[in-house]
Design a protein around this ligand. Structure first.
Ligand code: PEP
Ligand code: MG
Length: 585
């Protein structure tokens, strides 16, 4: 009997999968001769490899969801840039096409290395993926790496790129395990969108995994179990079956009104990262957008034009006529550095990001953004504006002054009705909430628990070695939220949450107990979250508040919730809710 190996990793996409291993390790680097002379065929070879790569990606365009097409288009654009620059290098340097391509790739990789950011680190792998494919296509008709055998299996790989992901998803892969990657990587986001369990295990030794071995991927706990014992296997197969059944059951709740059993209405909005996602969300039961992350629009060599911004916001607003669409001012810096400005800092997470960045680069970024937003707002009054990473009221006041200046300049009047909000994602903003309520234009606050948790606990949310310490259910995080929510409500502010915490079933009873009535969630979980809320009594969960705020740590908080739901009469009569909360916690 082979030995069972349990590995702890980072949960990147929820769900449980049990199947055989398919090891997928690509060459990862481009082998070309150090020296080679150009022949008269080099330009032709480069052009034809680009042509074939375009054809290959166009085929992908036909199979991916509309929301992913931008990404494929971006791959095509990058391939064109690489090939065009390689052709110039062939002409000016007299080297062969493969070497020219490698030189261009190395130039871009070095540029990205200098930035040292997670986002660029991920883009590096995209770039290598594209260059590898182009080089391969200079010699053969097809891209070799065959994924057909991954059907129904769990892929174990060093790292995955979006194109490989799409091919794997198409053949019906069941789960993913990689050594490299981040939970905010394209592949992690795609895995969550497509519901494929995914765990990142940085210390995985590929040698211990053999093709076709049985493996369990637990995307809730971030656990990978190789050669599970019969007992473990049975447990996970049952969990996998249960989750599939529950997700199917809750699907229809996505389109129902959300109301607790004792009659409290709850608004369930969604988080999106681009216009296509907003379109999809509008058909998935989302009652509006609680967070539109605009940063992807800024991930280019220059900031987007006012017109691009205006069109994006207007389009998103048009999918949700009469419902709120909250646009977040760009939260650039830290883990989302803009490629067009170089920021060198020792502590980027405590550095020039969010509102600080916007005030510093007001001419280059903030004012053009506001012009785009306000022009869209003039046409779509359901748009709202939210400011990230605030620590004190003076930042908001300065932001508002700039906004009024811009509005006057472009002739947009009647800003009184524009609802402005701030994200509560720093302890400072949470503690000073009463001070913020004195700003008349401020109508709502939204808890960004992803950052709030990292700043309350002093745990970098992107550091895999600290993943065990990062937990929104720590009583310190809950206490600061409880106090802040109470103050905000007392002063008549609308209170929302848009951090990932709102998409976690186990957190829902607490969020309701703390007084939250507007949650902005991952669109995939709309049905699930609505279903849980529809089976809860506010009166009951309020009794939980004291226990969780007085717990010693997140394990105790979790225990208190589970304990409570097992004894609650109301929830007990809805056995599915118990199953969801216990299975998905
Ligand atoms: C948050 O911090 O909770 C949040 C929603 O913002 P982001 O994850 O984009 O930093
Ligand atoms: Mg944040």
């Amino acid at each position: 009997m082979t030995k069972m190996i349990v590995l702890k990793g980072i949960p990147a996409s929820e769900g449980v999968a049990v199947s055989q291993v398919f090891k997928y390790f690509s060459k990862g680097s481009i082998e070309v001769p150090k020296e080679c002379k150009a022949t008269d065929k080099e330009l032709e070879k480069l052009d034809s490899s680009l042509e074939r790569y375009r054809k290959y990606l166009s085929e992908l365009l036909n199979i991916v969801e509309e929301s992913e097409r931008d990404l494929i288009q971006a791959y095509i654009m990058i391939a064109e840039t690489l090939v065009n620059e390689a052709k110039e290098a062939v002409v000016s340097g007299g080297v062969c096409g493969e070497l020219a391509l490698k030189q261009v790739l190395d130039k871009y990789l070095a540029l990205m290395d200098q930035s040292g950011s997670e986002l660029f680190a991920l883009r590096k792998s995209d770039l290598i993926d594209i260059a590898l494919a182009l080089t391969e296509l200079m010699h053969s008709e097809r891209i070799s790496s065959d994924v057909a055998e991954a059907r129904g299996k769990i892929v174990v790989s060093e790292e995955l790129t979006p194109t490989t992901f799409f091919r794997l998803q198409r053949v019906g892969v069941k789960g993913l395990v990689t050594l490299k990657g981040g939970i905010t990587s394209h592949v992690a986001i795609l895995a969550r969108t497509y519901g494929i369990p995914y765990v990142i295990v940085p210390n995985l030794d590929p040698g211990v995994v053999v093709d076709n071995a049985i493996v369990v991927v637990d995307g809730f706990e971030g656990r990978v179990i190789i050669n599970p014992s019969n007992e473990t296997l049975k447990y996970y197969e049952e969990k996998e079956r249960l989750i599939a059944e529950l997700m199917a059951t809750v699907k229809r709740y996505a389109y129902e009104k959300t109301k607790t059993l004792d009659g409290y209405e709850v608004e369930v909005l969604c988080n999106v990262g681009n216009v296509e996602e907003a379109r999809v969300a509008s058909a998935q039961g989302c009652e509006g957008i609680g967070l539109f992350r605009v940063e992807y629009l800024f991930m280019a060599s220059k900031p987007p034009s006012e017109e691009t911004l205006m069109n994006a916001f207007a389009k998103a607003a048009s999918f949700f006529e009469g419902k709120p669409v909250v646009i977040r001012a760009p939260d650039l810096g830290a883990d989302k550095p803009p490629p067009f400005i170089t920021i060198k800092e020792d502590n980027p997470l405590l550095g020039l990001r969010g509102i600080r960045f916007l005030l510093e680069y007001r001419e280059e970024v903030l004012k053009p953004f506001l012009r785009g937003f306000l022009k869209a707002y003039a046409q779509h009054k359901n748009l709202k504006l939210m400011i990230p990473m605030v620590i004190k009221p003076s930042e908001v006041i300065e932001f508002i002054e700039i906004m009024h200046g811009v509005a006057q300049e472009i002739g947009v009047n009647n800003l009184e009705s524009l609802e402005l909000g701030i994200m509560i994602e720093t302890p400072s903003a949470a503690i000073l909430i009463d001070k913020f309520t004195k700003i008349p234009q401020l109508k709502f606050v939204s808890f960004g628990t992803n950052d709030l948790t990292q700043y309350v606990l002093a745990v970098d949310r992107t550091n895999p070695r600290l993943a065990k310490l990062y937990n929104e259910l720590e009583p310190s995080v809950l206490r600061i939220m409880a106090k802040s929510i109470e103050e905000a409500l007392k002063h008549g502010l609308k209170v929302e949450i848009c951090g990932e915490m709102a998409s976690k079933p186990i957190a829902i009873p607490i969020l309701l107990a703390l007084g939250l009535r507007t949650l902005s969630v991952n669109p995939r979980y709309v049905g699930l979250i609505k279903y849980i809320i529809n089976n809860i009594k506010i009166q009951d969960v309020t009794l939980l508040k004291d226990a969780v705020l007085n717990a010693d740590n997140s394990d105790e908080v979790k225990k208190a919730i589970l304990n409570y739901i097992h004894t609650s009469e109301i929830i007990r009569s809805h056995s599915n809710v118990i199953q969801i909360l216990t299975t998905m916690s």
